[in-house]
Design a protein around this ligand. Structure first.
Ligand code: ME8
Length: 501
């Protein structure tokens, strides 16, 4: 039976529509999932929406609806985006689903059984209007000495009863974990940040709320719902069948990779492993914190008005051009910047002018001069084997880089194979051989068809739809006698910058 591979994205807050950062994370995870499948792994890939918590309650109130109604509406947009972007997830989880409540309550119970949860008082300046606690130093004074939150709402000194998790107890076990598993947190810069943070000491974590009820009820503690991060992180276990589906759980847990953004590394590499250690559940193998996408170098925000709708980019330039650009141009693990120009430039240079042109030149030539028939063996030349060896090397480069999550480097390695083919076709000039040496022409075309097929297979995790179309056009790896190619049509159109971009 194939070796399992469980990969997850963060689950996204559906308190607004998805933005390009969400799309980026899904696309990266999808490329990794597809790659692992191509390597014969039995992949389980999960993404979804994180629907509880105060933020959802507040946004819903602002829109005059319930949190559940808001979640139902917005989660739909995330799911729709996943479909449009060819995200091959095996489960799209919603934390409002019943099996997720069961999983969250089970891990809670396990942490309680370990003696790691205790009831205490949480004191602080609380704004009822914001449903949030503030620190003394954040406050200002209004009329009559009334203390005000940074939002200008009145705050009161409030004491809330809450459950605490003994995070402090896990400082040393966590440091031991990082020391024993240098690859648990990647990339290196993120690992160093977390080491510093944990070395600085950990305080116990407030893990329940009584001020609202949109969350997973704490077992045996009426009035308390779990702090949203407790249930959010547990989604990864829910997807693997925890607690009831023993066979699935044994197969897919621990997860191979949690792919998340750099802003939530602490939750995934401090809180999450501590919860799991407490509940005596195996730890995920790796957490990778990718960088942030910047719009022309600027942070995106609603107030600046530069938030980009990924669906619009996909509509303007195509899903595969967008996927290719994001994975090729953003160095995986670092921040990256995008613009319409950058997408168009990259997609045209690599996909339309190099790979697409190679395929189109070759297949159109065969259609015209060989009447679409698969080229014969012809007369081999060392240049043919040399090209196939270079393409094989490009494939290996892609494979090694993708295994290591160096996605951009993998694509670069692949491009080296495309360049080699373009050099080969120019040097061999089959159009000249047609009259002078048809036997050589056959060998050259046959070599090119093989090479293009290999390159299309390799890049399929990045541009799945285009690669599938191209694979149809280059025909089967071992064609039956008399095989004729379907009529070729260009697969990677030359893009133009769209108006108003
Ligand atoms: O944090 N570029 O949800 P979220 C790249 N629900 N990635 C970005 C980004 C950007 N500009 N902005 C956000 C949450 N992200 C929690 C996660 S997991 C158990 C719970 C990434 O909707 C962000 O880093 O705010 C995160 O990984 C993901 O998008 C969802 O962010």
């Amino acid at each position: 039976m194939a070796e399992p591979y469980y990969i997850t994205t963060a689950i996204h807050y559906p308190n607004g529509r998805p933005h390009i950062g969400h799309a980026y994370e899904m696309i990266a995870a999808d490329a990794i999932a597809r790659f692992q499948r191509s390597q014969g792994r039995d992949v389980f890939f999960q993404t979804g929406t994180d629907e509880h918590g105060l933020k959802m309650v507040q946004t819903a109130r602002g829109r005059g609806m319930t949190a559940r109604e808001l979640a139902d509406e917005m989660s739909g947009y995330f799911r729709e985006m996943a479909e449009k972007l060819d995200i091959s997830c095996d489960r799209f989880i919603r934390t409002s689903e019943p099996d997720h409540y069961a999983a969250s309550q089970a891990i809670w119970q396990a942490m309680a059984d370990a003696g790691d949860l205790y009831l205490d008082r949480y004191e602080g300046w609380y704004s009822v209007r914001d449903e949030a606690f503030y620190e003394e130093k954040e406050l200002t004074e209004g009329e009559g000495g009334q203390k005000l939150s940074p939002q200008g709402t009145p705050v009161e000194w409030t004491v809330e009863e809450t459950w605490f998790f003994r995070l402090s107890k896990y400082q040393q076990p966590l440091l031991d974990l990082y020391a024993a598993n240098p690859d648990f947190i990647r990339p290196e810069a993120r690992r160093n940040e977390i080491l510093r943070f944990v070395e600085g000491g950990l305080v116990d974590l407030s893990v329940s709320r009584t001020s609202f009820d949109w969350g997973v009820p704490v077992p045996g503690s009426p009035g308390h719902v779990m702090y949203v991060w407790v249930d959010a992180l547990t989604n990864y276990l829910t997807g693997a069948g925890y607690p009831g589906e023993a066979e699935k759980l044994a197969r897919y847990w621990p997860a191979d990779l949690h792919l998340i953004g750099k802003d939530i590394v602490r939750f995934h590499t401090v809180y999450w492993p501590a919860f799991l250690m407490s509940a005596k559940i195996a730890l995920p193998k790796q957490v990778f914190g990718h960088g942030f996408l910047l719009n022309r170098g600027e942070k995106m925000s609603k107030s600046v008005g530069n938030v980009v709708d990924p669906m619009e980019l996909a509509r303007l330039y195509g899903v595969d051009a967008l996927r290719y650009f994001l994975l090729r141009d953003v160095s995986f693990g670092q921040d990256g910047t995008f613009s319409d120009e950058a997408i168009v430039t990259r997609a045209n240079a690599d996909l339309a002018n190099s790979f697409g042109n190679l395929a189109q030149r070759t297949l159109a030539f065969i259609a015209k001069n060989l009447d679409g028939l698969y080229p014969e063996e012809g007369r081999a030349d060392p240049a043919d084997a040399a090209l196939l060896a270079e393409v094989e090397l490009a494939r290996a480069g892609f494979r090694v880089a993708f295994q290591d999550l160096a996605l951009g480097q993998g694509i670069e390695a692949w491009m080296a194979g495309v360049f080699a083919c373009n050099q080969y076709i120019d040097a061999q000039a089959p159009w000249a051989l047609r009259k002078t040496d048809p036997e050589r022409m056959h060998a050259v075309l046959r070599t090119l068809v093989k090479a293009i097929r290999m390159l299309a297979e390799t890049i399929a995790p990045v541009v799945p739809e285009s690669a599938a179309k191209l694979l149809e056009q280059v025909g089967p790896a071992i064609p039956p006698p008399g095989y004729r190619f379907p009529a070729p049509s260009p697969i990677f159109p030359k893009l133009e910058l769209q108006e108003g971009a």
